[in-house]
Design a protein around this ligand. Structure first.
Ligand SMILES: Nc1nc2c(c(=O)[nH]1)N[C@H]1C(S)=C(S)[C@@H](COP(=O)(O)O)O[C@H]1N2
Ligand SMILES: [Mo]
Length: 322
């Protein structure tokens, strides 16, 4: 199945110059509009996603960046993985107890072909491709990582989601024997995350299996984790054991823990501050020598991927749906 089929977009729209121009207009509108939406916009449910698409060429332009890469040793030693402790250096020390083979992922919900699959079956026929993406964490730091990953869409479409599949819910393993952090109720375990179906099917969204050409280490979410480069880091759920197609916006761990601080969408947006800190700038983990952080830089709308993803949120009040 082609990308176009997966997104159910007529061919005319994909090649249509007008679609491209409309996307440029939307990006400009997002950039110019005040953070607050129009008065009176108090929707209870998010608006239906618009039917927009990026061409494979436009998507590919998002797969690479010339920015300096974060060092392997920093990507693998400065982590958030609360199942192994809440300190940034806890996971690299504690996650060795996570056994990543054999590994099964249960895929079900609103789909024609649910199944329980091993890690290898899940990736059958797909060769992980290198994609250099920025990972933006909510607390003001970011990394530039050469991920190895497969498009999540290519995996999902095999299970034949039905029209009731409006969202995709993801669940991390929760095994007290392997994950010491589960003894503390830092979050309502298991760790859960979710995407709207069009976000899940977007070509920038990948299931990552490695970085710097090597299989993922446990602290980065082995054997497979989500990477959604235009969203804050907590959407990148690690060590996934279940993927479920659902009709309603699913439970997500951080939204459950602090609903006023973490929304369902969590798109990187410098104009929507976290209640306890500004989201306008970030520090790259791109230090040299003994320095971990580079100088502060302005955070970009959608983490710099507006060209590829702004169309998904056309007409949506990004302050209300943060
Ligand atoms: N299961 C699980 N996934 C998780 C987390 C977690 O605590 N548990 N932390 C999230 C957060 S807050 C961030 S910033 C990223 C960090 O990914 P990294 O350690 O590979 O940089 O993982 C996300 N995925
Ligand atoms: Mo994060």
């Amino acid at each position: 199945m082609s990308l176009r089929d997966a997104l159910k977009i007529p061919a005319t729209q994909i090649t249509d110059e007008a679609v491209y121009r409309e996307r440029r207009r939307l990006i400009a509108a997002f950039a110019a509009a005040p953070a607050l939406g129009l008065p009176g916009c108090a929707e209870a449910e998010p608006p239906a996603p618009p039917q927009t698409a990026v061409t494979p060429e436009q998507a590919r332009a998002g797969f690479h960046t010339n920015e300096p890469l974060t060092r392997f040793e920093d990507i693998t030693s400065y982590n958030n993985f609360y199942e192994f402790g809440t300190g940034k250096t806890d996971p690299s020390r504690a996650a060795r107890t996570l056994r990543t083979r054999p590994w099964t992922v249960a895929v079900g919900g609103h789909c024609a072909k649910p199944g329980k699959l091993s890690f290898d079956d899940l990736l059958h026929g797909l060769t992980p491709e290198e994609r250099v993406y920025r990972l933006r964490c909510v607390e003001g730091w970011s990394m530039v990582i050469p991920w190895l990953g497969v498009p999540l869409a290519d995996v999902l479409k095999r299970f034949e989601p039905t029209s009731q599949a409006k969202y995709v819910a993801f669940t991390t393993l929760a095994d007290r024997k392997q994950m010491p952090g589960l003894s503390y109720r830092a979050l309502d375990w298991p760790y859960r995350e979710g995407l709207r179906i069009d976000e899940a099917m977007h070509p920038l969204t990948i299931l990552a299996t490695g970085l710097y050409g090597k299989p993922l280490l446990q602290q980065n979410g082995a054997p497979l984790r989500l990477v959604v480069p235009w969203k804050y880091g907590f959407k990148s759920i690690k060590s996934i054991v279940a993927i479920t197609f659902v009709e309603k916006m699913p439970f997500t761990s951080w939204n459950d823990s602090q609903p006023s601080e973490y929304g369902f969408f969590s798109n990187v947006n410098p104009r929507v501050d976290h209640p306890r800190w500004s989201q306008k700038t970030e520090r790259r983990i791109a230090g040299t020598g003994s320095k971990l952080f580079a100088e502060r830089i302005p955070t970009q709308l959608f983490n710099g991927y507006a060209e590829q993803v702004a169309g998904l949120y056309a007409g949506m009040n990004l302050k209300r749906w943060f």
